[in-house]
Ligand binder design. Structure first.
Ligand code: PMM
Length: 283
């Protein structure tokens, strides 16, 4: 059984994003070629990433899905090489067949933005693979997900829908300690929903599962530090991302999923240093 990488003292793990896609909203097309994606993964590791999340399907609002063969063609060479070099690799996929092949090629975590809902075989396959599984909150595929951003109480509904996923995963044989929860910021959420979820993140952490959060470069951060009606482009959202990483570190999440490692690394190391100083002052 593969365990989860341990969280360092005082800060979350840093999961670096390696999108092997032509159209991801934040870095679309930049690492589409396998060699470029591998080089990017190495760069993220050199900058301090603790794990790498390799994905071949863009989930930006409105995106169309690649077929399974195309997804495999994109991710397998990148997963294989980075895992062979010793990196802790997760595969970002909604397809159980892609998850199984990627684990066979060295991936040690399955990150499913649908939490196992998109592919009915996912829970059973992951149980058989015996690897950690990231269950993200999801209400439907990207092409129309924003129509599902309707909540009376977003914090309670996301929590309850995630707990329903935990129940289904465990019933299919996934070890409870293997289930990582993710509130799915930006997925069937308005900016207000994302802020409310961030504000209440501690409640999710208190459920007892490791929590992973992806705020990096997302649309709701585009208005921070921008003129009204002129959101910043994704590459200029790393300062706001780092600020959310500080909050997430203070909430004791297990990992943050980010595109730019240096800015978030500095942010979470500040939190760890302040915590160490506080602990020293009281001992
Ligand atoms: N966000 C994206 C893709 N995969 N996985 C998890 N677990 N959590 C996320 O928030 C998440 C994800 C979309 O961002 P990208 O297109 O920049 O990768």
């Amino acid at each position: 059984m593969i365990g989860l990488p341990t969280r360092p003292t005082g800060r979350p793990l840093l999961m670096g994003v390696v999108n092997v896609t032509p159209d991801s909203f934040s870095d679309g097309g930049r690492w589409f070629d396998a060699d470029a994606a591998i080089a990017h993964g190495r760069e993220l590791l050199a900058q301090g990433a603790d794990l790498l999340d390799v994905g071949g399907e863009s989930t930006r609002p409105g995106a169309q899905r690649p077929d399974e063969q195309e997804e495999l063609r994109r991710v397998l060479p990148v997963v294989t090489e980075l895992a062979a070099e010793g990196a802790w690799v997760s595969v970002d996929t909604m397809r159980s067949a892609v998850a199984a092949r990627a684990v066979d090629h060295g991936a040690r975590i399955v990150n499913d933005v649908s939490g196992g809902l998109a592919d009915p075989a996912m829970a059973r396959v992951v149980a058989g693979l015996s690897v950690p599984f990231v269950a993200m909150h999801w209400r439907g595929h990207s092409h129309d997900m924003q129509t599902r951003a309707v909540y009376a109480d977003v914090v309670a509904e996301v929590r309850d829908e995630l707990l329903a996923r935990v129940e289904a995963l465990v019933a299919a044989g996934v070890a409870p300690e293997h289930v990582v929860l993710d509130p799915g910021l930006g997925f069937a959420k308005t900016p207000e929903h994302n802020w409310q979820l961030l504000a209440s993140l501690r409640d999710l952490v208190r459920l007892g599962h490791p929590v992973l959060v992806g705020t990096s470069r997302k649309r709701f951060l585009g208005d921070i530090g921008a003129a009204p009606g002129a959101p910043l482009p994704p590459e200029q959202r790393d300062a706001a991302t780092a600020a959310t990483s500080v909050l997430l570190a203070q909430d004791d999440v297990w990992a943050v999923r980010v595109h730019d490692i240096p800015s978030t690394r500095a942010a979470v190391e500040v939190v760890a240093a302040v915590r160490a100083a506080r602990a020293g002052a009281t001992s």
